[in-house]
Design a protein around this ligand. Structure first.
Ligand code: PMP
Length: 360
């Protein structure tokens, strides 16, 4: 029997009309937003064998812009169109660690908008270069705390306010972000696992993925465990475990994840538990994914899978656990896959000699 077509009328844009349609029906997809969502769910063979659980990953690098953030980008723009905040020829301004900016830049090109990105200058040069090639104007700014008026998000907001026909998409506190995952990622995981999923595990930047997928799962089956995987130096692990906004020890080389505050998106996440994943484990898992499973991914993906393995060990054999591969390793050549850089961060020795010998 053919999959049902969801009948939603979106009068604002043929792009999004097609986007909704393609959530359910695998047919010709419309435009770039047709390249967002419906990613494969893959069982990781060696890790599943080792844990006795099904460790499964949504391969979010299969989205058109190459990351999980394409979903948020599509819904942030859809939301602005539906609210009449963005008119033809307008400008989309966002503060981002990079991946949301890449997704926005693609969609802006496809829909005739301009794209301006403010990002902390600590993120990989590959992401800056890619956004510029895609036609976005990129302002790398000093990485200062959210409480500082010069934080990249506040600069993005002020810049959007200074322009005519411009919006600040505000991915951290605009819950159109979590709706992307509630309406697409969550249903996809449910369908692809035929409702057999026992736990979902995600690291968070904005919290959109964890909150949207988590909410959808809890509505389908309240027994599905929703678990945060948090890097070192983030406040969210202690927030979930002890109700305190205290940073966990150390800092992390992962990009796009870890938080110093509870965003509006995260605040809606029905979180049952949290695990803190050390950088040594995240980096080791990133290399395992490459050399044992065949996936070339960034460190947040390694962290997600290391978190899923921790949860598998806590739950015991026989469970189906889902996380995601957030983006690809190509954005991190000069860092994560560079011997000197890894050594400078004290992360080379966590890799066995067989992985180290692949680095230059
Ligand atoms: N991994 C990477 C590489 C990211 O860029 C992000 C978002 N900044 C995430 C994971 C986390 O996704 P979310 O914002 O939905 O929490």
């Amino acid at each position: 029997m053919a999959a049902p077509v969801r009948k939603i009328v979106c009068k604002h844009s043929p792009h999004f009309r097609q986007f909704y349609r393609t959530i359910w029906k695998d047919s010709i997809r419309g435009g770039f937003v047709g390249m967002v969502g419906k990613t494969p769910l893959i069982r990781l063979e060696s890790l599943s064998k080792e844990t006795g659980c099904d460790i499964t990953v949504k391969v979010e690098s299969a989205n058109g812009g190459g990351s999980v953030k394409d979903r948020a980008a599509a819904f942030l723009i859809k939301d602005a169109l539906e609210k009449g905040q963005l008119k033809p020829g307008g400008t989309v301004v966002e503060g981002t660690a990079g991946n949301t900016g890449i997704g926005l830049a693609h969609i802006c090109n496809a829909m005739g908008f301009k794209c301006v990105i403010f990002m902390p200058n600590t993120q990989s040069q590959e992401k800056v270069d890619l956004m510029r090639v895609l036609g976005a104007t990129v302002y790398p700014v000093p990485a200062v705390a959210y409480t500082d008026p010069d934080n990249y998000n506040h600069q993005a907001k002020r810049y959007a306010e200074s322009l005519e026909n411009a919006i600040w998409t505000n991915q951290f506190d605009n819950t159109a972000n979590l709706r992307a995952h509630y309406e697409t990622t969550g249903p996809e995981i449910w369908d692809q696992t035929e409702g057999k999923v026992d736990a979902v595990v995600f690291s968070t930047g904005t919290g959109g993925t964890l909150a949207g997928v988590g909410k959808f799962m809890k509505e389908k089956n309240p027994n599905v465990k929703v678990v945060l995987a948090d890097p070192q130096g983030s406040v969210l692990f202690n927030h979930v475990k002890h109700g305190k906004l205290e940073r966990s020890e150390g800092s992390s080389i992962t990009e796009g994840i870890g938080q110093g505050r509870v965003t509006d998106n995260f605040s809606e996440a029905p979180v049952d538990d949290a695990v803190c994943v050390l950088d040594t484990d995240a980096v080791h898992m990133t290399f395992r994914l490459l050399h044992e499973e065949g996936f070339f991914v960034g460190a947040s993906s390694g962290l997600n899978v290391a978190g899923a393995v921790q949860v598998a060990k806590m739950m015991g054999p026989g469970h189906l656990i889902t996380t995601c591969l957030c983006d690809t390793g190509q954005k991190y050549y000069a860092r994560l896959f560079n011997k000197e850089w890894l050594a400078s961060k004290g992360l080379l020795d966590c890799l066995p000699a067989k992985y180290q010998s692949t680095l230059h």
